[in-house]
Ligand binder design. Structure first.
Ligand code: NAP
Length: 249
């Protein structure tokens, strides 16, 4: 996959899956805007990108804030002159069974995980539409497809991303822009490291391939969807889950 001369924004890319995506896109030749809310992590990922001989730009921004998102996308355009690839990766969890879930738990997860995708996509599309080329790739989750106790807020946001993606795909197809979602299963990152060992074992039993994925597994799929080779794929939800979703069928 050759992403030379492409400019990518990856939200929430200071660590975990987002970091792996930023590094993979840079490895494929893209200039990458690394975003997060923590200065230390974004600077370190930009350092890794520069060490590869590629270009990276750190922009601290909270994806749930329209003002921050405007600054993020305009920062990319003022530095690189364009934005070709947007990866909506930033995400959080606030898990609690529904009867105990607070309004704050609901609002924060929906604001970061779903409103953030709306704000960032809207801001980036403005430029992609003029360029008549673009790739929007949003991180949904297997939980958005099958649900998960304790994650009503997260599952709703991740299911919302799928409806959003299919709608955007229809709205902008005529402009040479594709929009797809990725639904990871269980990937080894800080988001999943706190699972208790007995729960990890239970989850592993439900994964046909028998192990948790790595951030790199998701990054490879993102790089493909971002490439010219994936030009005829839009409005899709790609599972990167070791076969976990089919074990529910
Ligand atoms: P992670 O390790 O918790 O990393 C999340 C990243 O998002 C961090 O860099 C975090 O920044 C950033 N972030 C959080 N809130 C933000 C905000 N308001 N604005 C900008 N950045 C923000 O998560 P992950 O496991 O890599 O997950 C990445 C994506 O994949 C998420 O959308 C997640 O829901 C999805 N996913 C993950 C799994 C899994 O098994 N890990 C499975 C399915 C889907 P800080 O470092 O500053 O907190």
């Amino acid at each position: 996959m050759d992403l030379s001369n492409k400019v990518a924004i990856v939200t929430g890319s200071g660590r975990g899956i987002g970091r792996a995506i930023a590094l993979k896109l840079a490895e494929a030749g893209a200039s990458v805007v690394v975003n997060d809310i923590e200065a230390k992590t974004v600077e370190s990922v930009v350092g890794e990108i520069k060490a590869m001989g590629r270009s990276g730009l750190a922009v601290l921004a909270d994806v749930s804030s329209a003002e921050d998102v405007k600054r993020l996308v305009e920062g990319a355009v003022s530095t690189y002159g364009r934005v070709d690839i947007l990866v909506n990766n930033a995400g959080i969890t606030r898990d609690r069974l529904l009867l105990r879930m607070t309004d704050e738990d609901w609002d924060r997860v929906l604001n970061v995980n779903l409103k953030g995708v709306f704000l960032t996509t809207r801001a980036a599309l403005k430029y992609m539409v003029k360029q008549r080329w673009g790739r929007i790739i949003s991180l949904s989750s297997i939980v958005g497809l099958v649900g998960n106790p304790g994650q009503a807020n997260y599952a709703s946001a991740k299911a919302g991303i799928i409806g959003f993606t299919r709608t955007v795909a229809k709205e902008v197809a005529s402009r040479g822009i594709t929009a797809n979602a990725i639904a990871p299963g269980f990937i080894d990152t800080e988001m999943t490291e706190n699972l208790e060992e007995n729960l990890r074992q239970e989850v592993r039993k439900r994964i046909p391939l028998g192990y948790f994925g790595l951030p790199r597994d998701v990054a490879e799929a993102v790089a493909f969807l971002a490439s010219e080779e994936a030009r005829y794929i839009t409005g899709q939800v790609l599972g990167v889950d070791g076969g976990m979703a089919i074990s529910w069928l």
